[in-house]
Design a binder for this molecule. Structure first.
Ligand code: PEP
Ligand code: MG
Length: 943
């Protein structure tokens, strides 16, 4: 939609003539940082080519394609001339919408603009408005996009009554994501209304996501049953669709004489006797204002009623003589325009228009086949096989060393027929496969009980029970599809609909949907998912979803290698929670390994070696033995404090996502819980857990801790952690959007309930409460005020309130935060992401996203200095705290607590016991003196 704000509007402008007005418009764009001064020349040239007046007193001045280099940032400015300006084509203009656009966004801006500007009376309201906000509101009403196209036709359905046809049409709209199941419920209770001529209508606004019209026709039409229309959406948004329906009925043709194309043409408002033609648009930048104007001018030359529509669009045909409507089609290069005309000159008009469009409407065009865009994609090169005994660099994702035969997880090929004769049998097969999948998922959940993967698998179970998916599959089966084809079609449509929203979180949900979908499909095809060997193995996969990690038999799997993925993505965190050495982002070459090939995974150095030679193999065996000894020693001393050789003690705590793991953490020697990721508790529930449920969960942890402290982080959703029942607005970059405390502060009642549950569960036991993603004191104070309110009400004798240092601003501002907080806990995963500007899950870049980067270390140093100056303590709860090379540095930077996955607690304690604070300070100074993370690692390894 338009990116117009009140600041982009200038009311009450005056101009001596149109050039003066244009110069002001160019000046406004330049001042807003959208263009350079050169853009005015491009705008002038554009006016010389043809006027940019749209009609209705509105002009849309913009530059020529050549002047796009003067555009710095796409945007628009609006200048209102209440007294009007006479344009060079003689039109009187009251509103200038000056556009700065690079190539293809241009068309979207124009289309949105024309859809809005086309509203009757709007131009007048714009010219008279005396308030910029009101004017922005007038222009920001999103255009209603209706659905009525080939997808919404269900022709020749095996159904005998209007009610059955109505349900088929409604189910189709649901499958197209135009409506939800409430709509279906509303239609079930409706008796179709006769429209005459054997046509019927059902209509409801409940559950409609967008206005849509579907038509279901019977296999054998009868005079009293030709078809049933199903209309979705509130009445005011359905006006256009009702007009189309009216036009269709007015023609009065029998349905059995019409194919799908003719039906769509009638529904688009084309007369049966219309002359029509289809033409492919060749203009590089689509049907933007200038070629659109040429088309309109050509259409006006003929004595005919000419209409134009897109072959693959929302189906509406528009008048060829309306510039705004033609631009509003938003036609792009390569799309097919359907022209139709009635009247005296119909045939010559269509011939001339088709020729003009093919000729480029005044622009130089090239045929589609000769463009690079349509050139055949070069075949993807086969990845080279790994070379024996040669280390391959990858991203270290979970520490540890392992040697075992490889097992490469390859998705099975699933072959199935597209159609099936007996729908009843298909439905039974589908039900069986869903039940089977449900059983498999539930047993996986039991295996993963208490683990971080369990909540994600619960979401899979819910997806499996999704009524929309089921209904869509039934509908496809009703139309003759096999259970497999129907199911996959439903999954694919739903997944694509989510992906199309270009929202990263929804795209991840789409991956989950496909994961669930494949499981059911495999069950339908009688193909079992790949089975790993009975003996120990190293799992190699393209990528691993949480459900794959949960499926792992940890008694046999020795390590993980993925071709893709990043080190701090949550699937990598799950691998660490399982204590498995893992490397990720190793590239496609690892997928060429044959099953059984011997593989070394070094999760500390971040490398894999295939088929190691005898010498390397022996060396690794020796290291494994030493590590096992170290582990045994660390385990036996796990309940001892982590005190350095020179008597300095650090607390070593555990990170948890599930309170059921608390006894395990205590058993492994944790000095407390240093990070409870409470969002995992929220994710395990289909809706926000209430006070009692939360209190019960937190109480488990306190009871198991026997007086040890618990650091609970308040709900941290957004970014890469979505919550189904808390839908977030679509954001271009969710990691920089509403997440963490920012999001919680938009729903203070949820935060307050969580705080109340924590305080009640804690009683007089030590609770440390911290807020995620705090960027400055304002956010901390807002969140703390909520906690204090609850504390005043129910009391909390041993409560500390802190912030996570995850955003560079909070580290830089630590001296201002320190006097008001009780502690800091450094979340190095996010702190590294935001300091180095590298997405924590980025497959290609994550090797460079190293928390041992000197920039991150300096931020930690600043945090500690500020905290200690005010007598506050500092913990590190990000993954850096588990890194053996980083432990001396963090000790030397004088952090007071490290919090790591439970399994690592004994080893981290053992590592600290071998150090002295003095040497650690030297290590920290060495690290801080370096310029890059690689230099830091090299220097630390060499020292
Ligand atoms: C971090 O960002 O370092 C952290 C501990 O929080 P999370 O990984 O849950 O975002
Ligand atoms: Mg974080």
């Amino acid at each position: 939609m338009l990116t117009l704000t009140a600041n982009d509007v200038r009311l009450g402008a005056t101009a001596t003539d149109w050039q003066h007005a244009l110069a002001q418009a160019a000046g406004e764009l330049e001042r807003a940082g959208r263009t350079t001064a050169d853009y005015l020349t491009g705008m002038m040239t554009r006016e010389q080519q043809s006027s940019t007046v749209l009609g209705n007193g509105i002009a849309i001045p913009h530059g020529t394609p050549d002047s796009r280099s003067a555009v710095l940032d796409t945007g628009i400015r609006l200048l209102q001339f209440p007294d009007g300006v006479t344009w060079h084509d003689g039109n009187r203009v009251h509103v200038l919408v000056a556009i700065a656009a690079q190539s293809d966004e241009h068309l979207d801006i124009l289309r949105d603009l024309t859809r809005v500007l086309d509203q009757p009376g709007l131009a007048d309201q714009l010219a008279r408005a005396d308030d910029a906000e009101a004017l922005v509101r007038l222009l920001s009403t999103p255009p209603v996009q209706v659905k009525c196209d080939r997808d919404s036709l269900c022709l020749g359905v095996d159904a005998g009554s209007a009610t059955e046809l109505a349900l088929t049409a409604a189910a189709r709209l649901q499958r197209l994501q135009c409506v939800d199941r409430d709509f279906l419920g509303a239609i079930v209770g409706q008796t179709p209304v006769s429209l005459g001529q054997g046509f019927w209508l059902v209509h409801h606004g409940l559950g409609a996501r967008r206005p849509a019209l579907a038509l279901a026709t019977p296999k054998q039409p009868a005079p009293d049953l030709q078809g049933v229309f199903c209309l979705a959406g509130p009445g005011d948004q359905c006006r256009e669709l009702l007009e189309r329906l009216d036009g269709f009925l007015a023609v009065g043709e029998r349905i059995d004489t019409l194919g799908a194309d003719a039906l769509l043409a009638r529904l688009a408002g084309e007369a049966p006797d219309a002359v029509s033609a289809q033409v492919v648009l060749l203009n590089t930048h689509g049907l933007h204002a200038r070629p659109a104007k040429q088309l309109v001018q050509e259409a006006r030359r003929h004595n005919a009623r000419i209409r134009v529509r897109l072959l693959d669009g929302d189906g509406a045909a528009v008048s060829a003589t309306s510039l705004t409507r033609i631009i509003g089609l938003g036609a792009r290069r390569g799309q097919t325009l359907v022209l139709s005309a009635t009247g005296e000159d119909a045939q010559p008009a269509i011939t001339a228009l088709a020729a003009a469009i093919t000729g480029g409407l005044g622009e130089a065009v090239t045929p589609l086949a000769s463009t690079p865009a349509s050139a055949p994609e070069p075949a993807a090169a086969e990845p080279e096989p790994l070379v024996d005994d040669q280390p391959l660099k990858a991203v270290a994702a979970s520490p540890g060393l392992a040697l075992a035969p490889a097992f490469v997880l390859r998705q099975p090929t699933l072959d199935y027929p597209a159609t099936a004769a007996d729908p009843e049998e298909q439905i039974q097969r589908l039900n069986r496969a869903i039940d089977e999948s449900d059983g498999q998922l539930r047993s996986l959940i039991r295996q993963a009980e208490g683990g971080e993967a369990a909540p994600i698998l619960s979401v899979h179970v819910e997806m499996l029970q999704d009524e929309d998916l089921y209904q869509a599959t039934l509908e496809a089966i009703g139309e003759g599809a096999s259970a497999e084809a129907g199911w996959w079609q439903a999954i694919d449509t739903a997944a694509r609909a989510q992906e199309a929203l270009a929202d990263r979180l929804l795209a991840e949900r789409a991956a989950d949907l496909r994961d669930v979908g494949r499981r059911v499909l495999a069950n339908l095809c009688g193909v079992s998912m790949p089975t790993p060997p009975d003996s120990p193995y190293m799992l190699v996969a393209e990528d691993l979803g949480p459900s794959d990690v949960a499926r792992l038999d940890t008694t046999r799997v020795r390590g993980l290698v993925t071709a893709r993925g990043g080190a701090t993505a949550h699937s990598a965190i799950l691998a660490r929670a399982l204590g498995l050495p893992a490397v990720v982002g190793a590239g496609e070459r690892v997928l060429t390994l044959t099953d059984g090939a011997e593989l070394v995974v070094d999760g500390e150095r971040g490398c894999v070696v295939a088929n190691p030679a005898a010498e390397r193999r022996d060396r690794i065996q020796r290291r494994l033995e030493q590590l096992a000894e170290l582990q045994a020693e660390a385990h036996s001393q796990r309940h001892e404090p982590a005190t350095t050789l020179d008597g300095h003690t650090l607390e070593v705590c555990a990170n948890l996502g599930n309170t059921a793991h608390t006894p395990d953490a205590v058993e492994r020697g944790a000095d407390g819980i240093g990070l409870l990721r409470t969002e995992f508790i929220f994710m395990a529930h289909p809706e926000a857990p209430d006070l009692a449920t939360q209190e019960r969960e937190y109480r488990h942890a306190f009871d198991a801790l026997n007086g040890l402290p618990l650091v609970a982080r308040t709900l941290d959703v957004g970014g890469d952690k979505p919550l189904d029942y808390w839908p977030l607005p679509q954001e271009d970059n969710p990691f920089l959007g509403l997440r963490g405390i920012r999001l919680s502060l938009t729903r203070p009642e949820i935060l307050e309930t969580q705080v109340r549950a924590l305080l009640r569960a804690a009683g007089d036991r030590p609770l440390r409460l911290m807020f995620p993603m705090v960027k400055d004191l304002d956010e901390f104070r807002a969140a703390k005020a909520i906690v204090q309110r609850v504390q005043d009400e129910i009391g909390a004798p041993d409560l500390q309130i802190g912030v996570m240092i995850e955003v560079p601003s909070s580290a830089l501002l630590a001296p201002t935060l320190a006097p008001e907080v009780d502690f800091f806990s450094v979340g190095t995963n996010d702190l590294t992401q935001y300091t180095l500007a590298i997405d924590r899950g980025h497959g290609q870049l994550s090797a460079e996203s190293d928390a041992l980067h000197p920039a991150v270390l300096r931020l930690i140093q600043m945090t500690v200095a500020a905290a200690h100056a005010h007598g506050r303590w500092v913990g590190v709860c990000g993954e850096l705290a588990s890194d053996p090379l980083a432990i001396p540095v963090l000790l030397g930077l004088e952090v007071d607590e490290l919090s790591v996955t439970s399994r690592r607690v004994p080893l981290v304690k053992a590592c600290i016991r071998k150090l002295s604070l003095e040497t650690a300070r030297t290590q920290a100074a060495l690290a801080l003196s370096k310029a890059t993370a690689v230099e830091v690692r090299d220097a630390l390894e060499a020292s």
